[in-house]
Every structure is written in C-alpha cells, then in structure tokens.
Design a protein around this ligand. Structure first.
Ligand SMILES: [Mg+2]
Length: 281
C-alpha cells in the first residue's frame, strides 16, 4: 500500500505513537479494557502507597539492603505484576520476606493492610463522586466516555477486566458512569483468586464468540493485559497515562508497555477521532 495516511510527522503532532504499523485493522468486534489507569483515575497514586509499604515490610526483616535498593526491587516486581490481581503482588512480597530470612504474614493480610492505606488516599474522591461534588470527568482518563461511545456505536462488544476486587470495580465504574458501556461484562478480582485472570477472560471472549485474534482489541496501562491480548493475536493499545498530570505519555509506562508487545501507545483519549480512523480505516 502506498500513500500511508499516518506518516510519522503527522502523528508527531499528537500523543499517538504507532509501534507496529502492520497490525490488522478494521476487523475488531470485541474490545477489552483494563480499569485503573486505563479508564479510571480514582486509584491514581496506588504505587506510591504499595511500594513504600512493601519497602517497610522488607526493611523489618533486618536486611542490610538500604531503602533505595529495596525500592528498586519492589518497584520492579510490583509493576511487572501490574494488571494481575493485587494478591499476586502480595504473594511476591511474602516470597521476598522469606528470601531475607523473615516470616511473612499471609498475602491476604498484606493485601488488607495495603487496601486500608490506599483508601486513606482515595476515599475523598469516592465520596466526592457519590455526593456529586466531583464529576465523572474529574476522575476518568480524558476522553474516556467519548471513546467508549464511539466503539459502542460501531457495534463493538465492550469488556472490562480489572485486577482490583470486583465489588470495588463495580462500585467505581458505576460512580464514573461507565456501567452502561459494559453491562454484565465487568470482571474483577475474586477472593477465590485462582478463578479469575485476564488470561481467562481473553480466552473466554475468543472461545465463546469464535473469534480470530485480529477481531480482539485491547486497551491497558499494565503489562499483563498487553501480554494477554498479544498472546492470542489481538491488537494492543498501551494507555501510558500520566495519571497525575492527565496529559501526555508517561515515558516509564510507555517503555514497559512497548516491551510487553504494545502495537500503539496513547496517553489518553483526547485524540479519539485519529485513533478511530487509524484502527478502523
Ligand atoms: Mg491498570
């Protein structure tokens, strides 16, 4: 094909980066979205809660590693596991305690401690949404409602899958006005954690609908969802959202998501029209 309409210089104007220009386009029927950092900003700042908590736990083992060393180690596994259920980050923490000669708590106990600390940071946001003092736009990635509307108007079936506990995902999706886009296809972490994974959701979408890989489109800011969508031959859009500043591409997320196999990188959905033209031709 000649006259590729999406030449680099045109795209340089926007926050849309095409990593893999040869992806199959226009055949999508199903779309899988991650929740936190991809659509919702309610849990913005969660790594700044999880990472220091884990560094404290590891420092308490009496290890000789200093905080900077421990922070680097924790950051690496926390972000590598981002997208899976939170319990897996806590299972890894327990392993790291053991490696340092400590006796870990149950991973579920660490998860509860983390969640308590996170709620201190985000409860005000939830309350403001519930009382109407904040709007859906205040706590979603810019352009969220517009892109979901566009995809739905094209007749695509939308799925939401999160590593956050399902009860919270449903509540927060409702507060953000996102429930109608997904209907019954909202999935999240279960106490019985072996009965849920993004891999399972992806496989179920493919099997139940007899899809070819190129009919699946995925959006996410975590390593895991990008990997799983690519594993089945789908097209993966990295949402390298800068959750604090809400503009531009977050370089650190971008680099990891490209390594995970992302085909495209965006920072948010402000450029929905261009993105839709690229994806659907
Ligand atoms: Mg996420």
């Amino acid at each position: 094909m000649s006259a590729e309409p999406y030449a680099d210089e045109e795209l340089a104007m926007t926050d849309l980066e095409i990593i893999n220009p040869s992806i199959p386009r226009g055949r999508f029927r199903f779309v899988l979205f991650d929740f936190d950092g991809t659509l919702s900003l309610i849990r913005e700042g969660w790594p700044q809660v999880m990472i220091p908590m884990m560094v404290e736990v590891l420092a308490d083992t009496g290890t000789r590693e200093d905080d900077a060393t421990l922070t680097a180690i924790v950051e690496d596994f926390v972000m590598r596991l981002n997208g899976r259920q939170t319990i897996y980050q806590m299972i890894q923490l327990a392993e790291e305690v053991k490696k340092r000669g400590g006796t870990p708590l149950e991973p579920l106990a660490y998860k509860h401690e983390y969640h308590g600390r996170l709620m201190l940071r985000i409860q005000g946001r939830i309350d403001a949404l519930a009382s109407g003092h904040a709007t859906c736009d205040d706590w979603t990635v810019p352009g969220t409602h517009a892109i979901l509307s566009h995809l739905r108007e094209r007749g695509l079936q939308l799925y939401l899958a999160s590593g956050t506990d399902i009860a919270f995902v449903k509540r927060e999706a409702e507060l953000l006005g996102l429930t109608p886009f997904f209907g019954s296809h909202i999935y999240g972490a279960l106490d019985d954690y072996q009965n849920f994974s993004k891999k399972m959701i992806v496989e179920r979408i493919i099997q139940e609908n007899n899809l070819r890989g190129e009919e699946l489109l995925g959006f996410g800011d975590g390593f895991v969802e990008i990997e799983e969508v690519k594993r089945v031959g789908g097209v993966a859009v990295a949402v390298a959202s800068d959750e604090a500043n809400r503009r531009g591409i977050h370089a650190w997320k971008r680099d990891r998501l490209v390594r995970a196999g992302a085909d495209l990188v965006i920072g948010d959905y402000r450029q929905t029209d261009e993105l839709m033209r690229f994806l659907f031709g």
